[in-house]
Design a protein around this ligand. Structure first.
Ligand code: PMV
Length: 326
């Protein structure tokens, strides 16, 4: 009997939060990232018309269509380009229809573009029976992100693909899952949107002007990530919190702390957090704190008092997975 050919699959992938090591990870140092339990879902279908069709209402893309032969060409709308280039890079002979839905706002900086890229690549791997390994899904998704952004360590792609909490080195040179049960995180959203590549470039300008100083900062961040890895594996939250505070100091010296995040971070510390820092490129998006249960309420209030919004986030969640198929 012939095996049924799968025509439609829904894949989900998690968002991410950088725990430690941002910016330095762009330049060969390690970081630690955790996958967060707000997921992106992509329903992907192979069709007989050689057309790419996308519906992504969360990013205001409705009924976007393009001939498969034109993928990646011309002006690509923001909400469509990652998926369009992902499909081009995968190399599909038929038409592809994608519908996405997100459990989180693309404003939070949880990595919705990378997560949707991973969803589409994994879905195509299932539909075409290529059965790519997780590392191959990572590699192709990371290539897609680099094709579009030109820059980036790939930590967000790794979190979306593998899930859990990862020790990660630039470009996926090392992707090591850290086996932990939970992380007592509280996440605060600043309400400020920043462009990651712009901030990475600003830090690069500083590094050109003060190469020796910035290299030392990257090395120091790399070393504290190594210590943080040990602390995480031992669930030593007090040490991890202290290391987060150290990390924040270095990020401030790179110029990416910003007054809004600083208010939220220092407020959280004063209210009893083990530690608090920004997460990601800085200036905006989110901050996170590691907090003892008894201080949870006070820390949440401090974040709100500083103008932040506390977001309910589950850390250390599962990576990309098939939700359903037919
Ligand atoms: O802004 P986010 O959440 O995408 O994080 C950027 C983290 C950087 O280290 C600054 C860049 C990168 O690709 O690792």
């Amino acid at each position: 009997m012939l095996k049924d050919i799968m025509k439609k699959v829904t894949v989900s992938a998690p968002g991410k939060l950088m725990l430690l090591g941002e910016h330095a990870v762009v330049y060969g140092r390690p970081c630690i990232v955790t996958a967060v339990g707000q997921r992106i879902r992509a329903m992907v279908e192979l069709t007989d018309q050689p057309v790419f069709e996308l519906n992504a209402p969360d990013v205001a893309v409705v009924h976007y269509q393009k001939p498969m032969s034109e993928l990646g060409k011309g002006d690509l709308p923001k909400g469509a380009k990652f998926m369009e280039v992902a499909i081009k890079n995968f190399g599909v002979r038929r038409g592809v229809k994608v519908t996405t839905a997100s459990e989180f706002s693309s404003q939070f900086g949880f990595g919705s573009s990378s997560a949707s890229t991973v969803c589409v690549i994994k879905a195509l791997s299932e539909l075409t029976n290529k059965k790519l390994s997780d590392k191959q899904i990572f590699d192709l998704s990371y290539k897609t992100v680099l094709d579009i952004q030109g820059k980036g360590s790939g930590f967000d792609v790794a979190a979306a693909t593998f899930g859990g909490t990862l020790y990660f080195v630039t470009g996926g040179k090392v992707i090591k899952p850290l086996n932990i049960k939970s992380l007592p995180l509280i996440v605060g959203y600043s309400g400020i949107k920043v462009d990651t590549v712009t901030l990475v470039n600003e830090v690069l300008e500083k590094a050109k002007k003060y190469p020796a100083v910035i290299e030392h900062i990257y090395d120091a961040i790399g070393r504290l990530v190594e210590l943080a890895k040990k602390a995480i594996l031992q669930s030593d939250w007090a040490t991890l919190g202290e290391l987060m505070n150290f990390n924040e100091g270095y990020l401030a010296s790179l110029g990416v702390e910003g007054p809004k995040l600083a208010g939220m971070i220092y407020g959280a510390r004063e209210a009893g957090a083990y530690g608090a820092k920004l997460s990601g490129a800085g200036i905006g998006d989110c901050m996170l704190t590691l907090t003892p249960a008894k201080a949870k309420k006070a820390v949440e209030q401090a974040i709100e008092k500083a103008g932040g919004q506390v977001i309910d986030v589950k850390a250390n969640v599962e990576g990309a997975k098939v939700e359903s198929s037919d």
